[in-house]
Design a binder for this molecule. Structure first.
Ligand code: AMP
Ligand code: ZN
Length: 114
């Protein structure tokens, strides 16, 4: 629990979110500003600032984040086509500095991303 972290507050229940899934290690909730018909975030409960801050001890955890995202994509009707995105650093568009994986689907995706 990081006192000034928005996503730690969501994990802790201090700020409401529309949760799809939660267990002792990860939480998933719908993005408040969806960029596709389906757009949710999967986060570890452990406060890690972003992908660049992952340690070797986090390798199993980040694998679980990805597998959970794929499972929830299938359960929410976008199993045939979805995009997973991690933004690392403000330059890349990261605005919340608690590691999160975006899962987007329900429309055709463009490449390269903006
Ligand atoms: P990023 O720009 O990669 O750091 O992504 C942060 C994401 O968190 C954005 O897509 C925001 O729309 C989303 N977000 C911010 N606040 C909330 C919130 N209270 N509940 C759900 N999603 C949020
Ligand atoms: Zn946090």
């Amino acid at each position: 629990m990081h006192p000034n972290c928005l996503f730690c507050k969501i994990i802790n229940g201090d700020i409401p979110a529309s949760k799809l899934y939660e267990d002792d290690e990860v939480t998933a909730f719908w993005d408040i500003a969806p960029q596709a018909p389906r757009h949710f975030l999967v986060i570890p409960k452990k406060h890690i600032t972003g992908p660049a801050a992952l340690g070797s001890e986090d390798e199993q955890l980040i694998g679980k984040v990805m597998r959970t995202g794929a499972r929830l994509a299938a359960e929410n009707g976008i199993g045939d086509g979805f995009r997973m995105v991690f933004n690392n650093g403000a330059e890349a568009g990261q605005t919340v500095f608690h590691l999160h994986m975006h899962v987007l689907g329900g429309r055709a995706m463009n490449w390269p991303p903006g």
